[in-house]
Design a protein around this ligand. Sequence first.
Ligand code: ATP
Ligand code: MG
Length: 395
Amino acid sequence: MDQVRTILQSHPHWPAVEAIYHRLAGEGYKAFLAGGCVRDALLGFKANDLDIATDATPETIENLFEKTINVGKVFGVMRVLVGGADIEVATFRNDGNYQDGRRPDHVVFSTPEEDAERRDFTVNALFYDLENHRILDFVNGQVDLKKQILRTVGDPRKRFQEDHLRLLRGARFAAQLDFAVEPNTLAAMTEMASAVKTVSGERLRDEMGKLLKSKNVSLGLRVMQDTGLQSELFPWRAPDVSWTAYPGCEIWQNLSLFLRTAQKFDLEKSIELLRLSTKEKRGIEDAWELWQNPEEFFTQRLGLQIQLLQKPGKQWALEVLMKEGRLEEQILSLFIQRRDLGEELPKPILNGEDLKGKLQGPAIGQCLQEAYFLQLEGTLKERKQALSWLEGYLK
Ligand code: ATP
Ligand code: MG
């Protein structure tokens, strides 16, 4: 238990949590750490966020603390800003009826027991009492944590019916924690897999993003494939669980790897399904195109290759190929030439002014483009030389 306490207390947000705890306790309210942070501390690692659960209502929280943000007051979720930290403080609640497989139509503020019971998986339903530094476990979550099992709180069919996102969260947490999905939970996921299609694109994107940067991505992919979640969401994708991790990369980069084997039509459909931003879409498409025919990329003139490297998707696609040991020499030599040009590409040596009265229409752009390629390739180095090149070009 001391180890759990040490881990929690080493979190940069701990002082803020303590401050919130003292304020709440001073008024006679309970304050527990809840969910992911308790799970992670018991597993021996530091969580991203420390979330607090309390019996104080959102109104009370608003009154007790100077700076609060109303995240979802009717659902009992507030954020409290203390000393530079931003802590979620949620009221113990019991989610009423779920009508649309998405969110409860109302919530009732209630007890810690009921708050544990509305959570998705047992290992996510643990509390850490800030008063006496003890774990509160109403759902046998600690046993599952020890056995490394992911199990829904209560009847899995009912729980997945309430909120279809939990189906994909099941695969995500299996991957993230490297836990086996408990057989009855897995069976329910399989039976209900088709319901995952009702989940909003943004939520799918977030869960897929987390799954693909997990500790055991292959396990997550296996769960998605065995349950049918993958064929519901990405029917074009072959049942393949192989995965190479590129630590520290962004969601779109991982998604580009996941979508790499799609046909163009399916790629576009998947991008749409996940509601990706323009920037993410562009990155994925640029990488995908390059991967279709990497040799072809290098048949383009050097100046163009260098310019294309400005696109994050192209740069990323080449980095991946290099790690895979494909076209290593060509990629390395391109990266070196690019690096030698400095952090930012140089400003064009010639500009529209230089062509005034000399060329018209599209010819202007073509000429400037040619000059710029020669500049990037190292043929044109200074202005005088560029101007004399221009004379020759115009003839
Ligand atoms: P991490 O932040 O490491 O991804 P987490 O467990 O903190 O994992 P969150 O999505 O941040 O996951 O949710 C916090 C907690 O809220 C969960 O641990 C779980 O108890 C509860 N929770 C979140 N989403 C759901 C859901 N869709 N259904 C039921 N409970 C949920
Ligand atoms: Mg969290």
